[in-house]
Each structure stands twice: as structure tokens, then as C-alpha cells.
Design a protein around this ligand. Sequence first.
Ligand SMILES: CC(C)(COP(=O)(O)OP(=O)(O)OC[C@H]1O[C@@H](n2cnc3c(N)ncnc32)[C@H](O)[C@@H]1OP(=O)(O)O)[C@@H](O)C(=O)NCCC(=O)NCCS
Length: 196
Amino acid sequence: MSGALSKLRTLLGHTLAPLGIRYYDLYYGQFSLGIPIAPVDGTATVSRAPADEIARLIRNGDDALRASFERALAIESECWIAKVDGAVAGYTWINRACFDIVGLPAWPLPPGVAYHYQSYVFPAFRGRKVFQSMIAVVYEKLREEGWEIVANFVDTRNAPSIRARKKFGTKLSRTRILKLPAMKPIWLERAFRENP
Ligand SMILES: CC(C)(COP(=O)(O)OP(=O)(O)OC[C@H]1O[C@@H](n2cnc3c(N)ncnc32)[C@H](O)[C@@H]1OP(=O)(O)O)[C@@H](O)C(=O)NCCC(=O)NCCS
């Protein structure tokens, strides 16, 4: 998408969201968990987030982080964190039962599919493979549990995330969704059969 179009989409998004109208232009990513995933060579140590670390992130975060964490916990998502030199550099979530995208109702995952979402790396740590380190650890954990596929969504404008996903060999397919107030999501372009 060209810079001007991308800016227009962002502007329209900000204008329409308060009216309850949302437009999603996404890639749906699917990664096959067939073979072991090697750890990423980087500085981050990735582990399951303990409850006190989640509480600390919520306490120190803004309203958007608070809302997203509370929602993730309500649907029994699992939080993982990456640390660099002892400091939390980023976090990521997995869910084993449902897809969840901000502004849409959660909907069930197909059999054998786990969902990886809501990843964030604090700006000071970006570009140092923290995200890729989290992906490698979380995917390997899901593979060991016996999941066949890990799925995710990424905004088509999110270059670093797309690059990181592609480096792992994630298959990306375009999907577009329109959400109007009091209506079910409308799939304008669909990458897979399941519907929210
Ligand atoms: C997306 C995000 C998680 C990436 O975290 P990160 O730790 O910086 O990512 P990584 O370093 O592991 O990988 C990013 C890759 O994209 C590259 N990259 C960075 N900016 C880029 C850009 N503008 N265009 C193309 N590639 C870019 C990096 O060089 C790196 O590739 P490399 O390993 O070949 O050098 C982080 O930018 C972020 O938190 N963004 C805000 C929230 C978000 O978008 N979350 C993802 C939702 S799917």
C-alpha cells in the first residue's frame, strides 16, 4: 500500500472507530508446527509471564494495554514475556480456544489450530529479534503440546511483523473484514472458512 493510501486508511480508521465502524485489512498467517523450531540467536530470554509480572505490566500500562490484557485474561489467553538484561522487553499471548481481534467478537479456532496474537516489543528493544525470539519459543511450546498449526493476524501495513513472520515461513493470505455497529463482521475477502 502506498504511503498516502496508508495514511488515508489510518485517518479514516480514527474517524470511523468512534462510530463503531471498523475496517480490517489483514494477513491471516498460518505456520505448520511439523518440525522442531530452533531458538533465535538473540539476547532475549522468553518465558511464561508470572502473575505478578502481568499485574505490573497492567499497572504501568495505558488504558489500551489494560483493556487488552483484561480481555486476554478473560478468554483464558496465556501471556509470555521476553527479557533482555533482566528488563521486560516485550510480551505476547496465545489462546488455545478462540481467535480474538480488537473490535470483533472472539470466535472458535478450528481443530488443531492455536492462536498467537497481541505481541508487543517496547520501542527501546525493537529491531533486536525480541519478537522473533518470542515466536520461536511460543511456537515450539505449542508444537510440543501437539498443535498442528499456529495462526495469527497481522495488519498489511505492519512491515516488521510481516518480515518476522515470513522469516519463519508463515504462509500469509490477505483477508479483509468490515464491522458495522450492531452487525456481525462482514468478510470482504476471506482467507479461510471459519467465520466469527
Ligand atoms: C512488530 C514488533 C512486535 C516487532 O518487534 P521486534 O522485536 O522489533 O521484531 P524483530 O526484531 O524480531 O523482527 C523485525 C524484523 O523486521 C525488520 N524491520 C524493522 N522495521 C522494518 C520496516 N519498517 N520494514 C521492513 N522490515 C523492518 C527488522 O530488521 C527485523 O528483521 P531482521 O531480523 O531481518 O533484521 C514491534 O515493532 C512492535 O511491538 N510493534 C507494535 C505492536 C505490533 O505491531 N505488534 C505486532 C502485531 S502482529
